[in-house]
Design a protein around this ligand. Structure first.
Ligand code: FAD
Length: 287
């Protein structure tokens, strides 16, 4: 089923993001995670696409398996990195063959060791180009990424919003945000997007802090911020992993509750292939 259809329902859409593991043991662990998360009845799950197309066949296999064998609606991420149009068509054909109806169309980050994104000859330079190409040839429902605190390569928030408007107009059906830890960024972003005439659902992406150092690394990489007042909650507990998890999960619960009460269409959880924190948050929200 297309995610755009699910988003028409009145109840919030909950989704989980996974990445394709490196080895067999990782896959085993991921399938256990999915089995544990399945009773939470996610609206859909999504599987990331590795830099440079490195997980191409793994992403396709995984979304197919999750949809057809485990029985959860799934969405494949797809990036422009290192691909010519013809290769993109092959990936899309194999996704279609597996019955996949939803794609998260992304430009992608530069491959490891490279500073800048370089458009592949015969490929696409922006997610908007990928989106219009897919829409011109296929019937997939298309999601895209957005950045409440701005994309890291575009410090001018208005320019980034203009680029987002162009991307949405190229055929995007819904957006998923980069992670953020202060809801004011989301609320302000949604207001600015509406002012620009962006009227599609904007699903907030949430990643609970389970390991402070790891979250600090992620935020630095993706241009999100951790406020001093949030960091202060962890003062005195930095080496107490259980306490860090507890504070991180409670913060995520507060975030999600406020987002949903304020009309967010759902929550997309960055699970990092783990189930416990996401389940704890969802149980609390539903309870
Ligand atoms: P775009 O929307 O193309 O934007 C990229 C930059 O170009 C921005 O700075 C934008 O302002 C600018 N821009 C856009 N259009 C124009 C234009 N016409 N002219 C000038 N400038 C323009 N990465 C992966 O490698 N694999 C994944 O699976 C993956 N999943 C993700 C899931 C989510 C929910 C999110 C939020 C991000 C994900 N990413 C993933 C990261 C993403 O690939 C990077 O953030 C990447 O740097 C930008 O991708 P984009 O699709 O947002 O790019």
């Amino acid at each position: 089923m297309k995610i755009s259809e699910k988003l028409k329902s009145r109840s919030p859409v909950f989704s989980f993001e996974f990445f394709p593991p490196k080895d067999e043991e990782g896959f085993q662990g991921l399938f256990e995670t999915i089995e544990k998360l399945k009773p939470a009845n996610p609206s859909f799950v999504s599987v990331t696409y590795g830099a440079g197309g490195s997980t191409r066949s793994k992403t396709v296999d995984l979304v197919g398996k999750i949809k057809n064998e485990i029985g959860i609606e799934s969405m494949a991420h797809l990036t422009c990195v290192g691909h010519q149009k013809e290769e993109i068509v092959l990936v899309l054909e194999s996704l279609k063959k597996c019955g996949i109806e939803n794609i998260l169309a992304l430009r992608g980050d530069p491959p490891k060791g490279e500073e800048q994104f370089v458009k592949t000859k015969g490929g696409f330079g922006y997610a908007s180009e990928l989106t219009s190409f897919i829409k011109s040839k296929f019937l997939f429902c298309i999601g895209a990424a957005c950045y409440p605190e701005g994309h890291i390569e575009c410090p001018d928030l208005q320019k980034d919003m203009d680029n987002l408007k162009r991307k949405v107009d190229s055929g995007v059906d819904f957006l998923i945000t980069q992670l953020f830890f202060d809801n004011r960024h989301y609320f302000d972003f949604v207001r600015r997007a509406e002012k620009e005439g962006i009227n599609i659902p904007i699903i907030p992406g949430i990643m609970p802090i389970l390991n402070l150092r790891q979250s600090q690394r992620f935020t630095k990489m993706c241009g999100a911020s951790l406020s001093d007042s949030l960091l202060a909650k962890f003062d005195g507990f930095k080496d107490n992993l259980d306490k860090v998890r507890e504070i991180g999960i409670n913060h995520a619960i507060e975030q999600c509750r406020e987002l949903l009460l304020s009309g967010a269409p759902g929550i997309h959880f960055y699970t990092l292939n783990k189930s416990k924190a996401t389940l704890a948050i969802l149980e609390n929200l539903r309870g």
